[in-house]
Ligand binder design. Structure first.
Ligand SMILES: Nc1ccn([C@H]2C[C@H](O)[C@@H](COP(=O)(O)OP(=O)(O)OP(=O)(O)O)O2)c(=O)n1
Length: 128
């Protein structure tokens, strides 16, 4: 078909949220799936994919950063499921009329104001 989304990898080039959003919009549009991509349906699909992502880690115990003990098949499976979460999240933001990148940047600024830098180690990070 010669469409842009036939290319799955993009070298080392940074991939923008806008590029992903545009490819997803084209993917849905050419399949006539826009009618099904309501905010609620996309949210449910997102939650389903979060469940699939969780299953990969289920019963494994704690996992080392960088996943040094994982097989390439397991890492590929993780790549797929974590991508599904991102792709539905991007589509959800799009159909809600939100700029996800700008919203996330604003939230990081708010987070920094809410949690000013101190010498204390957060409990959640102390095991890393
Ligand atoms: N109506 C749909 C259906 C799928 N997709 C896209 C977004 C996700 O990236 C992927 C999800 O596809 P599947 O529902 O087939 O889920 P999986 O790829 O996880 O397959 P499976 O559940 O069989 O593991 O396809 C989409 O945008 N809109």
């Amino acid at each position: 078909m010669g469409s842009s989304y036939e290319f799955s990898r993009n070298g080392n080039k940074d991939v923008s949220l806008q590029e992903l959003r545009d490819r997803l919009a084209e993917f849905a549009q050419v399949r006539g799936w826009d009618q099904y991509h309501s905010p609620r349906n996309l949210l449910l699909a997102l939650v389903g994919e979060v469940g699939e992502l969780s299953e990969i880690f289920q019963w494994k115990g704690e996992v080392a950063r960088g996943l040094p003990d994982w097989s390439s098949d397991d890492k590929e499976h993780l790549e797929e499921e974590i991508s599904d979460v991102l792709l539905y999240l991007i589509q959800l933001a799009d159909v809600c009329g939100l700029d996800l990148g700008q919203a996330a940047l604003s939230k990081i600024v708010k987070n920094a104001r809410k949690y000013p830098v101190t010498n204390q180690t957060p409990a959640a990070a102390s095991t890393n």
